[in-house]
Design a protein around this ligand. Structure first.
Ligand code: F0G
Length: 435
């Protein structure tokens, strides 16, 4: 594959409409964002022929996202804009396995290790590299926080002008601080995330000079799919279940695409045949995808007009990639469900205190889901739990807990953080009161 001429590599990738299947020239992206026939979302497809050219990944010298360059549609390596993203740890959680009553194994892929602290960096390194390759000078996104932090960082590194639209007063402290530090133009919109995305979409369609870098940009998905490749490399096998927090549905579709490409292109050197079940977890107050699944629907969802959850990263009522997300769930034989904010905060603490992994609230949703089906009183929950109890599970922890320090502080009681007088007797007494 390294001997490939750029021209030849180009031939191996197309853009295909997810809805109607129409094929578009990949180099024309940016002239249009959606299918020219039906307006559907576009996705990158690797041509079958790529199978004859792929090199075993184990021979790659790079680490992280760009280790998988042969499956990523970037033509010139000189355009790579990188901060060292990907190559995040996969932590086996033995103590949590016991606490949850699981029989086999549970792993957490800690995406908080990425350069700006979330999985978005996998997508942004590719999206911004591609923006550079396509000659864009300006980029824009709507965000609940992490996308804006990540785009701001990669734009700074590439020397691009970056504008971010965020819902006013609804994004976590760490995330807005990042966007400020990286020098983005920040617009605080008096509305929710869905309004921000609608505005960013409209503007980027009107002004062809500004590239939209939300996850409906197919190049972002190409970066995010690499988490699936890493999981299989790290485990040495394909897990039975992969559980993710879902907002727009971009990341679950990216990982599902990655697992499918492993089967289709054999980039792990041996023929990988198995696919995992993909499970989508949403917050109760912002769960249009989960509710569609739970009522057996695939072709339609009901948007949530006024979404609300303290897991602000996934406070989304009108998810743009819902079709792809539901396809991942249904086609993989997985599930979709929602969890309450209380369940999320409980899971966040449990993961941190049991395994030393401090994740942001949204990222604890998969653990909250396991807790929910474990303790579920109804038949459905317990039979579901029986099904996954004996499987190898990977939960994707999408962002670090440091992103949202207020969330953990808001839920901290005085009993956990005692004030003590500055004498040793008080100290001894205080220590005894901790149980
Ligand atoms: N977890 C975290 C920490 C996120 O920031 C997001 C999305 C998700 C999960 C859901 O991923 O949208 O691909 O299903 N955050 C976006 C943002 C919306 O603007 O940062 P998804």
């Amino acid at each position: 594959m390294t001997s490939f001429e750029r021209k030849e590599k180009r031939r191996l990738f197309v853009l295909r409409c997810f809805t109607c299947g129409r094929v578009h020239n990949i180099d024309d992206y940016g002239k249009f964002y959606y299918c020219e026939k039906c307006g559907g979302l576009l996705e990158v497809r690797l041509e079958r022929e790529l199978r004859n050219h792929v090199k075993e990944i184990s021979q790659e010298r790079r680490r992280g996202v760009w280790k998988y360059l042969q499956t990523i549609p970037l033509w010139d390596e000189a355009n790579i804009v990188s901060l060292g993203e990907g190559d995040t740890i996969l932590v086996e959680c033995k103590r949590l396995v016991k606490k949850l009553g699981l029989k086999k194994s549970l792993f957490v892929k800690f995406e908080g290790q990425n350069p700006t602290g979330s999985f978005k960096d996998r997508g942004m390194t590719v999206g911004v590299s591609k923006a550079k390759e396509m000659g864009f000078r300006k980029v824009i996104c709507a965000s609940t926080g992490n996308t804006s932090a990540s785009l701001a960082a990669y734009s700074a590194r590439a020397g691009l002008h970056c504008t971010v639209l965020v819902p006013k007063g609804k994004i976590a402290l760490g995330k807005i601080s990042q966007a400020i530090a990286y020098g983005a133009d920040i617009l605080q919109v008096e509305g929710n995330f869905d309004a921000c995305l609608r505005m960013a979409r409209e503007l980027s369609e009107k002004s062809r000079e500004i590239l939209l870098l939300n996850s409906l940009n197919p190049f972002r998905i190409e970066g995010q799919k690499t988490a699936a490749f890493e999981i299989v490399e790290q485990l040495g096998f394909v897990p039975d279940d992969v559980i993710l927090p879902v907002g727009n549905g971009g990341n679950i579709s990216a990982l599902w695409k990655g697992f499918q490409e492993l089967v289709d292109f054999g980039i792990m050197g041996k023929d990988t045949k198995k696919l995992p079940r993909m499970t989508a977890v949403q917050a109760e107050g912002a769960a249009p995808i989960a509710r569609a699944f739970l009522s057996g629907r695939r072709g339609v969802i009901d948007d949530v007009k006024d979404p609300h959850t303290e897991a602000s990263a996934i406070n989304i009522g009108s998810p743009v990639s819902w079709q792809k997300a539901l396809a991942a769930v249904y086609d993989s034989g997985g599930f979709a469900d929602y969890v309450s904010d209380d369940e999320i905060f409980r899971a966040q603490r449990l993961l941190a205190a049991s395994e030393g992994l401090f994740v942001e609230p949204a990222s604890a949703a998969p653990i909250a889901y396991l807790l929910k089906i474990l303790h579920g009183r109804d038949d459905l929950s317990s039979s579901l739990f029986e099904k996954i109890k004996s499987s190898t599970i990977v939960c994707i922890a999408t962002g670090t807990g440091l992103k949202d320090p207020n969330a953990i502080l808001r839920n901290t009681t005085e009993a956990q953080m005692k004030v003590v007088s500055s004498d040793s007797k008080s100290l001894e007494n205080a220590i005894l009161t901790f149980s």
